[in-house]
Design a protein around this ligand. Structure first.
Ligand SMILES: *Cc1c(COP(=O)(O)O)cnc(C)c1O
Length: 378
């Protein structure tokens, strides 16, 4: 039997990719902002409905560079409920992460918990649109405006997400995407920074290329974080299939909802009507009235070759390099700690078959709590 993972990375057939490789072999430009790189930037900016996009070799280097581009220093308020890269890039920039608790309905940073964490050293907020569910961007922006803070969204999950027909990537000072193989849209590895100002794009572009402004001028201590031509070409091919892929994801989401909503102790997530979602994950919350604990369900799934993922467990704040920060204390992050114990992400990807999905659904159904029949005595 084949293993079923939470995601599957290939949207396009191999033969569509071959002509692109032939072109690279002909023109011999392998990297440094070649033709496919330029084409992917233009095509993605239009597809996503954003002003400027700077491509990167991965999302982590894009986050690292976004913090450099805005010269963020001191303390940064962020969420503990994310992939470790969100906080790791703060440490790599010599910044102090300050963890704020999350909203249980969205798993995103709770805007009501931000202001109490602001100190004279705070310079930025780094929220995550977790599972592609939009943060409360209006409230976060009004806090940032009141306190003079920058906002950089880790939008690694939010490719293509819109609110009231506006790209979620247009909020905050910068947004960062990941095109890792596990994401909705991938370039094997890859990432991007979204910005609205051409001068900022130019600054980011030289920061990702060692700080070179031109052949002989180095204007900043840049890094090498460029996307290469093979990645960019793959992105162009994948992009042709993204709409079909998103439609399949929605279909799979709806089928899960139809069956799982009827199961006691299994809670699914919804997005508001105004959100055009991308269905990147299918998180369920395994409640105490279900027949198994979250970890038992996670382990039992393996017996039918299903490899679900506990995104995000453990919390970033509980890893050894973060535990010592005052804001990482479990008692200060009660919601995040509770959610991290209950969440499980189920397989969702365009070529997940209905048969495999029903196998997953039926397994969840079979493990519901057996309630004792209560006999009523006369
Ligand atoms: C995937 C991911 C990243 C890292 O992106 P890479 O492209 O793998 O470097 C950062 N933040 C979040 C929330 C992610 O899910």
């Amino acid at each position: 039997m084949k293993n079923i993972y939470v995601t599957s990375p290939l949207l396009a057939p191999l033969d569509e990719f071959i002509p692109y490789l032939e072109e690279i072999w002909q023109n011999k430009q392998l990297t440094n902002g070649g033709p496919f790189h330029q084409q992917l930037e233009a095509t993605l900016a239009e597809y996503l409905g954003v002003k400027h996009i700077c491509l990167f070799s991965n999302g982590t280097l894009a986050l690292l560079t976004a913090l450099q581009a805005l010269r963020i220093h001191g303390e940064v308020i962020t969420t503990p409920y994310s992939f470790v890269a969100t906080s790791h890039t703060l440490l790599w920039n010599g910044l102090t992460p300050v963890f704020a608790d999350i909203d249980p309905d969205t798993c995103n940073i709770d805007p009501g918990k931000i202001e109490q964490l602001i100190t004279p050293a705070t310079t930025a907020i780094v929220p995550v649109h977790c599972y592609g569910i939009p943060c409360d961007v209006e409230r976060i922006q009004s806090i940032a405006d009141a306190w003079g803070l920058k906002v950089i969204y880790d939008a690694a999950h939010a490719f293509g997400v819109k609110v009231d027909n506006q790209s979620i990537l247009n909020f905050g000072d910068l947004s960062v995407l990941s095109f890792h193989a596990t994401k909705v849209f991938n370039t094997f590895e890859g990432g991007a920074i979204i910005c609205s100002d051409l001068k900022m794009k130019q600054r980011i572009d030289f920061l990702k290329n060692f700080g070179f402004l031109d052949e002989t001028t180095v204007v900043a201590p840049g890094i090498n974080a460029k996307m290469n031509e093979v990645q960019a070409a793959f992105g162009l091919v994948q992009l042709k299939h993204i709409d079909a892929g998103l439609a399949k994801r929605e279909e799979i989401y709806q089928r899960y909802r139809k069956y799982l909503d009827a199961i006691d102790g299994i809670e699914s997530f919804s997005v508001p009507e105004s959100v055009e979602w991308n269905y990147p994950y299918y998180p369920i919350s395994v409640e105490s009235n279900y027949g198994l604990t979250r970890d038992e369900l996670y382990e039992q799934f393996k017996t039918i070759d299903v490899y679900a993922r506990r995104y995000f467990y453990p919390l970033i704040s509980s890893f050894s390099m973060y535990r010592g920060f005052p804001s990482a204390d479990e008692s200060k992050l009660p919601i995040a700690n509770e959610v991290a114990k209950k969440i499980l992400c189920l397989p969702i990807y365009p070529d997940l078959t209905e048969e495999d999905q029903m196998k997953i659904i039926n397994f969840i159904k079979e493990n519901t709590k057996v309630t004792q029949a209560t006999s009523t005595l006369p």
